[in-house]
Ligand binder design. Structure first.
Ligand code: ZN
Length: 443
């Protein structure tokens, strides 16, 4: 054994310390969120800023408490005769937050992951969660400026870059981009073109495109195809999208022949979206498995997740070997098949533990399995944060779970006699929290 190797070899305690430090100190690129900078407006009152009712930047304790995960949990605690979803959505934000605070934090212990997350967030911001003083928290948030608060949250969460999800078919967001193309220029944020209706409901999307000056026909064919591509090129350029993305329901199938329920959506993917992604050399993200409106009165809180078709993902990766795909699936049952598919296709990057999977027990299980099948070549987590402050708890909790998994993997390596070094642990953690994403964008 060489002296050099021997000197750098860590013992078990040192391995644990090195993994913990690497995870804590490595800044994260958060590759999928629903967060926005102040240039998109904010409906939240802070210090010095104007309130914009339709603004897209959500932050502060009332937004944390009225996150749709917690709205769903609220409706497990009230009888329909006491409060209907419509009545709840008719209340103002403060009253909604107070009801959730009472029902989920005071009348019972907030042990769910979404509820616990609010407390971690307040604690890491330096507030005293022990005094349960909602009014006091509100006062503290009221003293923050939206812009300065982003820096504070990014520093506490140790997030170096926030990836937005820019829904071009959402009129509110679309009009903001058209009114001022520079709203995306905040260096803390990058943009992603989200285009669900083009695949999920082409006829409706084409109607919109015609309103916006693109001659797309009701059926995806002929010269309309070029118009759809022109639309995509214009918007990828306008927002400087680093990738394009779609969320698909569990019944999505890639239908090569263009027949069947997903035939037209599959053709739009094949003949417009993927060729344009290739032109711009950007990846395409598919998030598959969310079924909208399983309980419609609950609105955003009424969606559910079901199993998706991993074979369709594999066929897309095979047919479009020149494209790159970020993929995350919503059902726990799909995770093993997806990781196996990623062993077969280098153009498939598995990412994150999405939505109902973003719970400690499941994150741990998924991350262990991914390490065992894929080594370090995946992106373990994204936040999916809708409220800025959620970056704090989502990354704090995830880092804690990643520690449990990674330290075990390095201890297993050490047990084989392999010399585990701090430098190499840091290299691997950098890849998983940042470098794998950056590298995949470049191709
Ligand atoms: Zn999302």
């Amino acid at each position: 054994m060489s002296g050099k190797k021997h000197k750098k070899r860590l013992d078990k305690k040192q391995i644990k310390g090195a993994v913990s430090r690497a995870l804590r100190e490595q800044p994260v690129i958060d590759m999928h969120t629903h967060l926005y900078p102040p240039s998109f407006g904010t409906p939240v009152a802070g210090k010095g800023g104007d309130i914009d009712e339709g603004g897209l930047m959500l932050w502060g304790v009332d937004e944390l408490l009225t996150y749709h995960y917690l709205i769903a949990e609220l409706f497990r605690t009230v009888r329909p005769s006491e409060l209907t979803p419509d009545a709840f959505y008719g209340m103002d934000k403060r009253a909604q937050a107070e009801l959730i605070w009472k029902n989920l934090f005071i009348d019972r212990s907030p042990i769910s992951e979404a509820a616990r997350g609010v407390l971690t967030t307040l604690q890491k911001l330096g507030l005293d969660t022990g005094d349960r003083d909602l009014e006091g928290y509100r006062k503290w948030f009221g003293e923050q400026t939206a812009d300065g608060y982003i820096d504070k949250v990014m520093e506490i969460a140790n997030v170096s870059s926030i990836t937005m999800t820019n829904a071009v078919f959402d009129d509110n967001e679309r009009e903001r981009w058209l009114a001022d193309g520079s709203i995306g220029d905040d260096s803390r944020f990058t943009a992603v073109l989200r285009l669900d209706p083009l695949i999920c409901n082409y006829r409706e999307a084409a109607g919109k495109l015609r309103e916006w000056g693109y001659e797309a026909g009701d059926v995806f064919e002929g010269e309309g195809i070029e118009e759809v591509k022109r639309f995509l090129r214009d918007w990828i350029g306008r927002i400087k999208a680093i990738y394009a993305a779609v969320s698909l329901p569990p019944d999505f199938r890639y239908e090569e022949g263009g027949e069947g329920t997903w035939g037209e959506g599959s053709r739009v993917l094949r003949e417009a979206i993927l060729p344009v992604c290739r032109e711009f050399d950007i990846p395409f993200a598919m998030m598959i498995g969310s079924q909208r409106g399983v309980n419609p009165p609950l609105r955003d809180a009424g969606d559910m997740g079901f199993k998706a078709d991993v074979e369709s993902v594999a066929r897309i990766c095979r047919e479009f070997s020149e494209n790159r795909f970020f993929v995350t699936l919503l059902s726990r049952e799909n995770q093993h098949e997806l990781a196996v598919a990623a062993r077969k296709f280098g153009n498939l990057m598995v990412f994150g533990c999405w939505w109902f999977l973003n719970n400690p027990s499941i994150i741990e299980e998924m991350t262990r399995m991914r390490c065992e099948l894929l080594g370090t070549t995946f992106i373990p987590q994204h936040s999916d944060a809708r409220v800025l402050d959620q970056l704090i708890y989502k990354w704090d909790h995830s880092r804690g779970i990643l520690y449990e998994v990674f330290k075990d993997k390095y201890l297993d390596l050490a047990a084989t006699g392999w010399s585990v070094t701090e430098k190499e642990i840091r290299r691997d953690v950098e890849a998983m929290l940042s470098g794998n994403f950056r590298g995949f964008l470049k191709g």
